[in-house]
Design a protein around this ligand. Structure first.
Ligand code: PA5
Length: 478
C-alpha cells in the first residue's frame, strides 16, 4: 500500500474500546469471559464464511475487492471530476437508498459543513445536492436554485427501474431538452454494466458517459465504487485515501478469525451478544456533526442487511436489530434520558474523535457569573469530548451497554476504515445470524406495489392483489 507512510497509517488506525460491554464494568448486565468464549466458534465460522466467499459476485460479495480492483476507474473518475469542476456550477445526484446515502455521508463527513454557502473560490467544486426523495416540493425548490443547463446530473441506479430516480430523470430530461441542451453533455449514469433501463437509455442516446456499479456490489455496499467515488471526487475528496483506508481495515480484518484482533468481528460479536440479551435497538451515536450522515448510512446497511425472515436454508426466522441515529451532543438533550432510564433494550455505539478539524477556543467572559465563566479558557473540542465521556459514564452508571470506536481524526483514510469496518461487521453478523445479508426482498415488494399502483405493464396481477385489500374502515378514521 503506497498511501502516505506506514507510521502515519498506524497513527490513523481506528480502534475499538469495548470495556463498557463487559461484566467487569457492567456487572450482570455485561458480557462475561465465559459468554465471549462461547461465541468464539460462531465468530470464527462467520469469519471463514465471509473470507472464503470474498469477491464472489453471485453472493453479492464483490464489495470486498473494491479497495484493490479499481486503479483504472479511479484515474478516469478523477479526470471526469476535474472536467465537471471546471464546467458546471452544480452537481446533482439523482438516486435513493444505497445509491444516495453513501454520497451524502462522504460529502458531509469530509467537506465544509456549509459547503454550498461558501464563495466559489473557497469550494473545491460545484455546489452539491443529493435528491433522494420524490417530495414534489423538494424537486420544485431545487429547480429554484439551480440552472439545469449549468448543472451536471449524476443518475445513480443499479436497476434503472427505481420509480423515484427514474421520475427525477424524466423531469431533468425534459428540462434539458427545453433548454436546448444535449443530454449527453450534462448527464452521467452510474448503473449496471449490461442490463437495466439506464443502459438502454444510454444506448438509445448514442452513449451517455456511464460508470459501472459492479455486478457483485449491492446498493448499500456501493460507497467505495463509482456510486460514491465520483460524487466524492467532484467535491475534492481524496478518493484514493478512502480506498487506502478501506484496504488498511481489510488487511486487519482478513488476518485471522480472532475477534480480539479484528474490530469488525468483535463489533459483530458485541452486537450479537447484545441482541441475545434483548437489545433490539442499536443506537449509532457520533459525537461529530461531520459523522451525522454516516449514522444514516450505517442504519440502512444494518437494517436492510440483517432484517430478514428466513435463514440461509429457508427456515422461518425474524431477526435484525433496529438501528437508530443519535447525534452527540445534540441528542443528549433529547434521547439520552431514554437511553439511561428507559427499557434495557439498547446498545449504544459511540463514534468519538480524538482530534477535531478545529479546536475553536471559548473566550473568557462573564467573570462575575461563575456558572458561565468556568467555560472560558477551554475549547469546544474539550467540551464535546467531555460530554461524550460524561454520556458514556452516565450509561455505565445506569448499567447500559455501550462501546466506542475511536477515530484519531476525520479524514478520507479514517472514513474509508470506518466504512469497511461497518461493512465487514454487517457481513460477519449476517453470517452469525445465518441469513442472506445481501438481498432486500422487503424493499423489492414495496417497489413492485408502486409499479402496480401507477399502472406499469407487467404488474397487473400485483394491482389485483392490491385492489383486493380491504378498504379502510371509516370507523377507525377520526
Ligand atoms: O441497498 C439497496 O439495494 C437499495 O437501497 C437500493 O440501493 C435502492 O433501492 C435503489 O436501487 P437502485 O440503485 O436499483 O435504483
Amino acid at each position: 500500500m503506497g498511501y502516505k507512510t506506514i507510521n502515519w497509517r498506524k497513527s490513523m488506525r481506528v480502534t475499538l474500546d469495548y470495556n463498557n460491554m463487559t461484566d467487569t464494568v457492567l456487572g450482570d448486565e455485561g458480557i462475561s469471559a465465559k459468554e465471549f468464549s462461547s461465541l468464539r466458534n460462531k465468530a470464527a465460522k462467520a469469519w471463514h464464511y465471509v473470507h472464503e466467499n470474498r469477491g464472489k459476485d453471485e453472493l453479492y460479495m464483490g464489495w470486498t475487492e473494491l479497495p484493490y480492483n479499481q486503479t483504472e476507474i479511479v484515474e478516469d473518475i478523477l479526470q471526469t471530476a476535474k472536467n465537471i469542476r471546471s464546467k458546471f456550477q452544480n452537481f446533482v445526484v439523482l438516486g435513493i437508498g444505497g445509491s444516495a446515502l453513501g454520497p451524502i455521508m462522504a460529502f458531509n463527513a469530509l467537506c465544509h459543513l456549509h459547503y454550498n454557502d461558501l464563495p466559489k473560490n473557497k469550494r473545491k467544486g460545484p455546489k452539491f445536492y443529493v435528491e433522494d426523495n420524490v417530495d414534489p416540493v423538494r424537486m420544485h425548490d431545487l429547480l429554484d436554485v439551480i440552472d439545469p443547463a449549468k448543472t451536471c446530473f449524476n443518475v445513480i441506479s443499479k436497476s434503472g427501474a427505481t420509480s423515484e430516480t427514474m421520475a427525477q430523470y424524466l423531469i431533468i430530461l425534459d428540462l434539458l431538452k427545453k433548454a436546448g441542451v444535449n443530454v449527453k453533455d450534462n448527464v452521467i449514469f452510474t448503473t449496471d454494466a449490461n442490463k437495466g433501463n439506464l443502459k438502454k437509455i444510454s444506448d438509445e442516446l448514442g452513449g451517455i458517459k456511464s460508470y459501472v456499479l459492479p455486478d457483485g456490489v449491492g446498493g448499500r455496499f456501493s460507497q467505495l465504487c463509482p456510486v460514491g467515488l465520483l460524487p466524492a471526487a467532484v467535491c475534492g475528496i481524496d478518493i484514493k485515501g478512502l480506498l487506502a483506508g478501506a484496504e488498511f481495515m481489510d488487511r486487519i480484518c482478513r488476518q485471522q478469525p480472532s475477534m480480539r484482533k479484528n474490530p469488525a468481528l468483535m463489533s459483530a460479536v458485541l452486537q450479537i451478544a447484545a441482541m441475545s440479551r434483548g437489545k433490539n435497538v442499536g443506537v449509532m451515536m457520533p459525537y461529530s456533526d461531520n459523522l451525522k450522515y454516516l449514522a444514516d448510512w450505517y442504519c440502512q446497511l444494518w437494517a436492510e442487511s440483517l432484517g430478514k425472515n428466513e435463514t440461509l436454508d429457508g427456515k422461518p426466522c425474524n431477526v435484525g436489530q433496529t438501528p437508530v441515529k443519535s447525534l452527540g451532543v445534540t441528542d443528549q438533550h433529547s434521547q439520552v434520558q431514554l437511553y439511561t432510564e428507559g427499557p434495557f433494550d439498547k446498545v449504544v455505539t459511540f463514534l468519538s474523535l480524538k482530534k477535531y478539524r478545529y479546536e475553536t477556543p471559548i473566550p473568557h467572559g462573564c467573570e462575575n457569573i461563575p456558572d458561565v465563566a468556568f467555560l472560558g479558557g477551554h475549547t469546544m473540542e474539550e467540551l464535546i469530548q467531555a460530554e461524550n465521556a460524561a454520556t458514556a459514564y452516565a450509561l455505565v452508571k445506569a448499567k447500559r451497554m455501550n462501546y466506542t470506536l475511536w477515530i484519531p481524526e476525520l479524514n478520507a483514510f479514517t472514513l474509508g476504515q470506518l466504512l469497511f469496518l461497518f461493512e465487514m461487521q454487517t457481513a460477519y453478523a449476517g453470517a452469525m445470524l445465518d441469513i442472506n445479508t445481501f438481498n432486500q426482498p422487503g424493499v423489492e415488494e414495496g417497489k413492485k406495489a408502486t409499479f402496480a399502483l401507477l399502472g406499469k405493464a407487467g404488474y397487473e396481477a400485483k394491482k389485483k392483489e392490491l385492489d383486493a385489500c380491504p378498504t379502510n374502515n371509516p370507523e377507525f378514521i377520526i
